[in-house]
Design a protein around this ligand. Structure first.
Ligand SMILES: *Cc1c(COP(=O)(O)O)cnc(C)c1O
Length: 192
């Protein structure tokens, strides 16, 4: 899907992991999290200035360092596992192991690769690796529209992400509107 940037993708993707396509849950986040999953696991070295876009879905970040920490941190409250692509080498858990751990516990993994892209094979590298969601910013390496981006991944999660954002009203992402020129611009950037 084409979100209004990678930060909007982080929000829509997190909302998808928390509320899915459930209309009532979609309406309630972030102020009434009753019965919803409220934790996102992240490596300490992957904390960054964009995770507010995740937290504004009503979740808290749970920091871990090792794979053993991560396995201890997993619980019924875990909604998602977030990975910051550019910091792959700074964390003890590298991308492939992170995906394996997500699959082991059935928790969706989200790779923020916003600043990455060229060559174009990189666009699908992380979804092929097994990440459930991957985002790119439109105006960085892809050289597309500044106020657009890409959110790629599992069909059911992309469907849910779209339900949680504009043009659907009463959603956490309603403010993240994308105009049709940007949609087409993003397509052109991917094709060229
Ligand atoms: C730039 C960036 C974002 C935000 O991207 P926008 O498309 O401007 O919303 C998110 N995450 C990372 C890692 C970034 O570098």
């Amino acid at each position: 899907m084409v979100p209004s940037g990678a930060a909007a993708a982080l929000r829509a993707g997190t909302a998808a992991c928390v509320a899915g396509s459930d209309a009532d849950a979609i309406r309630r986040i972030p102020t009434d999290m009753t019965g919803l999953k409220t934790e996102v696991i992240i490596q300490k070295t992957h904390r960054y200035g964009y995770d507010h876009a995740v937290r504004n879905c009503g979740v808290n970040m749970v920091e871990v360092e090792t794979a053993a920490d991560l396995e201890r941190a997993v619980s019924k409250r875990t909604a998602m596992m977030l990975f910051f692509n550019a910091n792959n080498n700074d964390g003890k858990i590298k991308d492939e192991e992170f995906v394996t751990l997500g699959k082991k516990y059935g928790i969706p993994t989200f790779n923020d690769a916003a600043a990455d892209s060229l060559p174009m094979e990189n666009l699908f590298k992380r979804t092929k690796m097994g990440f459930d969601l991957v985002t790119f910013s439109g105006g960085k390496g892809i050289r597309g529209p500044q106020s657009a981006g890409l959110l790629l991944g599992r069909r059911d999660l992309i469907h849910a992400a779209r339900m949680n954002t504009s043009p659907n009203g009463d959603t956490v992402g309603r403010g993240n509107k994308v105009n049709k020129e940007e949609l087409v611009g993003m397509l052109a950037a991917v094709e060229s």
